[in-house]
Design a protein around this ligand. Sequence first.
Ligand code: IPD
Length: 295
Amino acid sequence: MKPSSAEEEEEEAVPGVGPWDECFEVAVQLALRAGQIIRKALTEEKQVSTKTSAADLVTETDHRVEDLIVSELRKRFPSHSRFIAEEATASGAKCVLTHSPTWIIDPIDGTCNFVHRFPTVAVSIGFAVHQELEFGVIHHCTEERLYTGRRGQGAFCNGQRLQVSRETDLAKALVLTEIGPKRDPDTLKVFLSNMERLLHAKAHGYRVRVIGSSTLALCYLASGAADAYYQFGLHCWDLAAATVIIREAGGIVIDTSGGPLDLMSCRVVAAGTREMAALIAQALQTINYGRDDEK
Ligand code: IPD
């Protein structure tokens, strides 16, 4: 039966085949293809522009990769009409999550790293249906690591199952964060004060890292290589794919208030354990970045 409206686009079930298997396979192929383009471009001259701030960069490769992914997805899945993609959103496209199948794409996560040839750069493709995340595919292009997570089917990196850390003690934790794009004095003050609060809370044991790619930081958390992550100012395209991967690796992804995750709220705490997530959330002061779906 043909869908009667965009809100009713659904994939027909084929016996023995999950409803989104083909979508997942195509996402994997596209993330790998995108990775080849990004790897090649990493060492070449780049045209760099700024977006919301001097720390928020975009290059012609971000556009090229996004165009490739979106145009291929449109060809392969003509009934899918919902795309949330970083650079289209920066050019004014609305960022709305409906019940329809929705692709959520970050063509280069870690653009600033990419510009500097700092080799921590990823492609992120998430997929949601009925506002529920079904799968996530993240390709760490320079290390050729493919992280995947599918709802109810586990999370993997290059075929190896992922498992988060079970650490509950902040004094023993390795915590990741990202600065976010804003650099005005008030934002920086709260950012630094959040870090200071956590450092003071456990001065001897607390370790923090900032690697310049929120999706890859979240993948490290999913792998058990870090115990927690928090950030204000990341977007739904930074978070969608990684959320499925972390949850499928046994981890927790929540709002910085301690409540349920809101993909559009530009804020997150993730951790291997609920106790660790709650400790981090309690320590944080909010930085208001607004909502993705209100821009
Ligand atoms: C950014 C990176 C950065 C994080 C920002 C993100 P982009 O994504 O993940 O680490 O601090 O909040 O928006 O712009 O490189 O795709």
